[in-house]
Write a protein that binds this ligand. Structure first.
Ligand SMILES: Cc1cc2nc3c(=O)[nH]c(=O)nc-3n(C[C@H](O)[C@H](O)[C@H](O)COP(=O)(O)OP(=O)(O)OC[C@H]3O[C@@H](n4cnc5c(N)ncnc54)[C@H](O)[C@@H]3O)c2cc1C
Length: 501
């Protein structure tokens, strides 16, 4: 291992999820010789696509937030994100449906939002205004240390926030507790609590400052990627192609090769080939990488227990031979008892009786994703990750799927079952086996006030000094913009610690 003096340092990246692609762009732009090894046939990781029978389904993410993060990444390579990926802002952010037939829209325009809220309760616009100002303040306090500087420790976070602003951090109570303080209406409480969906956690357990997610959406917009979200992965791949970075798909890394106990010298591939590298960046999550690639035992993994996985999901894709006109692009069919839903998924590790459903109907915005007159629906209830406490079998998941379809039919998608012409369903087992995520987690590490105070695993391994991580299991956490930030921040750390000779 080791580059000859003056030669570019070599980096092996395990996995071509958004975190890995982001690190690759940043490191290649800084002059490192980068190679990416991806176990699947396609790049993108959880940002994935399925085209069947005239329907195009986004398998993973369907909401793009904070596009500026992507612009900044592309700028590192001298590329124009908007020239390569076409995105558009949605005017209706979410349409929220409730079992009592109420329906409430969240909109891009805060004036329009206030008008909608005023029809529900004349006091609500003022409450909303106050909540949004608070949410923005939380974002602005946390943004620099957490999103820009990429701190990895509690004390680093405290220092980054600074003494003056520290008393303003909503860090001692849960998201839900703060929301209850601002709003009295249960539907409105449920809506703002469910912004926690962006990080696959429980609003009853995430710290209050995570309410910044409301400002992320109202302040910076909610975006659709023309042609489907996968165009983002294609845009990133194009940048890497033009930089001459080699991406080897269908190539699994089966172990990390160590030089000494505290230093890796490269990776070994499934075909037995050893690849030397000065630095290894793993887009495989921290705990699975330690278990499977470094073969660490449970005792060594004990300190990592606080980095518990986020929820997983039952991911149902339906092609239907009619359009449900009442749907917006992004819809939420709320549980009658959101507290019970969170408790089932995050405390009891049970399949929820009445989960909140996220339902995407992208044909509202993009006619190319379904045949004319058809709807292309993705329905996603959050459910527990796989663990010794939640070992459900296929039948358990299929029973949940029937409850999900019942709920959809009950809440206005009349005769949904009769209109299904294409159906596809993924359980947490599929998510785990396809991406090697920890327990089939869909966002990486959970955000929990008591367990980790919203901090994820550090980006540099505490075990091997030249092993780094990117993606949802490290800071700043899960979601498309966050994992792209993690790739950029890890690359900056590598540059600081492994500069060319
Ligand atoms: C159903 C669903 C809906 C979502 N909705 C949204 C949303 O609307 N908005 C949003 O922002 N986010 C959303 N997310 C979350 C978002 O998709 C993820 O946070 C993000 O894409 C994860 O990127 P990553 O780089 O952390 O990891 P991944 O995408 O998991 O990438 C890791 C890559 O590493 C590869 N790999 C692992 N081990 C190995 C190995 N040993 N050898 C070679 N390759 C390996 C995997 O195959 C994978 O390609 C959603 C996720 C899911 C699943």
């Amino acid at each position: 291992m080791g580059s000859k003096s003056g030669a570019p340092k070599t980096v092996a990246i395990i996995g071509a999820g958004l975190g890995g692609l982001s690190a690759a762009i940043s490191l290649a732009a800084a002059g490192y010789q980068v190679r990416i090894f991806e176990k699947n046939k396609r790049v993108g990781g959880k940002l994935n696509v399925m085209k069947r029978e005239g329907f195009t389904f986004d398998m993973g993410p369907s909401i793009l937030t904070l596009p500026e993060v992507f612009r900044n990444l592309f700028r590192r390579a001298g590329k124009d994100f908007d020239g390569l990926v076409s995105i558009r802002a949605l005017d209706t952010h979410w349409r929220c449906f409730f079992e009592d037939h109420a329906s409430i829209d969240l909109t891009a325009s805060t004036d329009e939002q206030k008008r909608i809220f005023a029809q529900l309760d004349p006091e609500l616009p003022k409450r909303f205004e106050r909540f949004l100002a608070y949410s923005r303040e939380q974002y602005e306090i946390v943004e620099k240390p957490y999103l820009r500087d990429g701190v990895d420790t509690f004390w680093g976070m405290m220092r980054g926030i600074g003494l003056k602003r520290l008393p303003h951090v909503d860090g001692l109570r849960s998201m839900s507790a703060t929301i209850d303080h601002f709003f009295e209406d249960q539907h409105i409480r449920d809506i703002f609590r469910f912004f926690v969906k962006y990080i696959g956690s429980s609003a009853d357990k995430a710290p209050g400052f995570i309410n910044l997610l409301s400002w992320v959406q109202y302040g910076f917009g909610l975006w659709y990627v023309d042609g489907g979200m996968y165009a983002v992965a294609e845009g990133m791949t194009r940048v890497l192609d033009e930089m001459g970075v080699e991406i080897r798909c269908d190539t699994e890394v089966v172990s990390l090769e160590r030089e000494k106990a505290d230093c890796v010298k490269g990776v070994r591939l499934a075909d037995g080939m050893a690849i030397d590298a000065d630095v290894v960046v793993s887009n495989m999550e921290v705990i699975p990488a330690y278990e499977r690639l470094l073969h660490l035992d449970l005792q060594a993994l004990k300190p990592l227990r606080r980095f518990e996985p986020t929820c997983s999901g039952l991911i149902v894709h339906l092609g239907v031979d009619r359009m449900y006109e009442q749907l917006a692009h992004h819809n939420f069919l709320f549980s009658t008892n959101q507290t019970k839903h969170f408790a089932a998924v995050f405390d009891k590790h049970e399949l929820p009786e009445d989960p909140t459903l996220y339902l995407v109907a992208p044909a509202r915005t993009d006619g190319a994703v379904a045949p004319a007159g058809h709807d292309n629906l993705k329905i996603l209830p959050h459910i527990p990750y796989l663990s010794e406490r939640s070992t459900f079998d296929e039948q358990d998941y299929m029973r949940l799927k029937e409850r999900v379809l019942d709920k959809c039919e009950r809440m206005g998608l009349t005769d949904l079952r009769k209109h299904i012409v294409f159906e596809h369903c993924w359980t947490p087992y599929n998510v785990r086996d396809r991406y090697y995520s920890n327990g089939g987690s869909i966002y990486g590490v959970v955000t929990d006030l008591r367990k980790n105070y919203a901090l994820k695993a550090p980006k540099r391994s505490r075990i091997c000094g030249n092993l780094y991580f990117v993606g949802g299991s490290v800071n700043p956490g899960g979601g498309m913009p966050m994992v792209v930030l993690s790739g950029m921040q890890t690359a900056d750390l590598v540059r600081k610690e492994h500069a060319h000779d």
